[in-house]
Design a protein around this ligand. Structure first.
Ligand SMILES: Nc1ncnc2c1ncn2[C@@H]1O[C@H](COP(=O)(O)OP(=O)(O)O)[C@@H](O)[C@H]1O
Ligand SMILES: [Mg+2]
Length: 259
């Protein structure tokens, strides 16, 4: 981890794909060290492009990203992207072996990361022996083992059933509180954003940021989903998106069904 964390910030960032398609249009925002931000918006609005730009995988066409350290970023994708022929331990260890860390350092980090995601008993399992939720946990552990200052998650739980997703949401909040990374979590689910994040950034189809919302502080972690402040937060996010429904994907399906 970096000794003196600097605010990560995007300053008037535009991204044009193929020099013509504007995917991001003038994004300006900054992220405090240790904060948990959700980025919400409909499919195709540019959420993944924001993460790729922050990670330095693509360069902005205009504007700049300040304060993102190259070796200090963990990236978790929607698909767990595990090596099928390697066990859990090796999947988590692999990036650190490439980075040249010592075997003992790797061992300690792998075990700690797998403990954080609750898979310390499954070191020898192959990906095909794991459920979808477990594979996602391995993918998360692989990112955490690197001890990133910045953790970027791109719809990591979107392919999972709702109960598994809710459990992983809870675990992710616990992990964030332990690891103290700055988290940017992309989702198209309003309820997930409201549940997880301290702050929610809302994007619309045209690649613009339309709202920057503070989420309520929780009094009681265990019952947050039943609290009025949580439901009010969902409504605020829905309104910013220009929707009345709580889930963008659901509302799109509903719209299709009635077309
Ligand atoms: N590599 C690419 N080349 C050209 N267009 C792209 C590329 N990646 C994404 N796009 C386009 O940019 C827009 C934003 O994409 P993306 O960031 O993936 O959105 P989201 O993650 O919100 O679904 C979409 O219109 C998408 O088709
Ligand atoms: Mg995406």
């Amino acid at each position: 981890m970096t000794e003196t964390p600097q605010n990560l910030s995007l300053q008037n960032v535009c991204v044009d794909y193929d020099n013509q398609h504007r995917a991001l249009d003038g994004l300006t925002c900054s992220f405090e060290p240790g904060s948990f931000t959700a980025l919400v918006g409909p499919s195709g609005c540019g959420k993944s492009t924001v993460l790729r730009t922050v990670a330095g995988l693509i360069a902005p066409s205009h504007g700049e990203v300040v304060g993102a350290g190259d070796n200090d970023t963990g990236y978790v994708f929607q698909e767990p992207t595990l090596l099928a022929w390697r066990n859990v331990y090796d999947n988590v260890a692999m990036p650190m072996r490439f980075a040249g860390l010592s075997a003992s350092e790797i061992d300690q980090r792998v075990r700690h990361a797998l403990q954080m995601v609750g898979l310390q008993e499954r070191l020898d399992a192959l990906p095909r022996q794991l459920s979808g939720g477990m594979k996602m946990r391995v993918s998360l552990a692989r990112a955490l083992a690197n001890r990133p200052r910045l953790l970027l998650l791109d719809e990591p739980f979107a392919a999972l059933d709702e109960m598994t997703r809710m459990r992983l949401d809870d675990d992710l909040r616990d992990i964030w509180q332990q690891a103290k990374s700055t988290v940017i979590f992309v989702t198209h689910s309003i309820t997930e954003a409201a549940y997880l994040a301290e702050r929610v950034l809302v994007m619309r189809d045209d690649g613009r940021l339309v709202a920057d919302l503070s989420m309520p502080t929780r009094q009681d972690n265990n019952h947050f989903r039943t609290q009025a402040s949580y439901h009010a937060a969902c409504t605020t996010i829905s309104d910013a998106l220009g929707h009345n429904a709580h889930d963008v994907a659901d509302s799109r399906q509903t719209q299709k069904a009635t077309d």
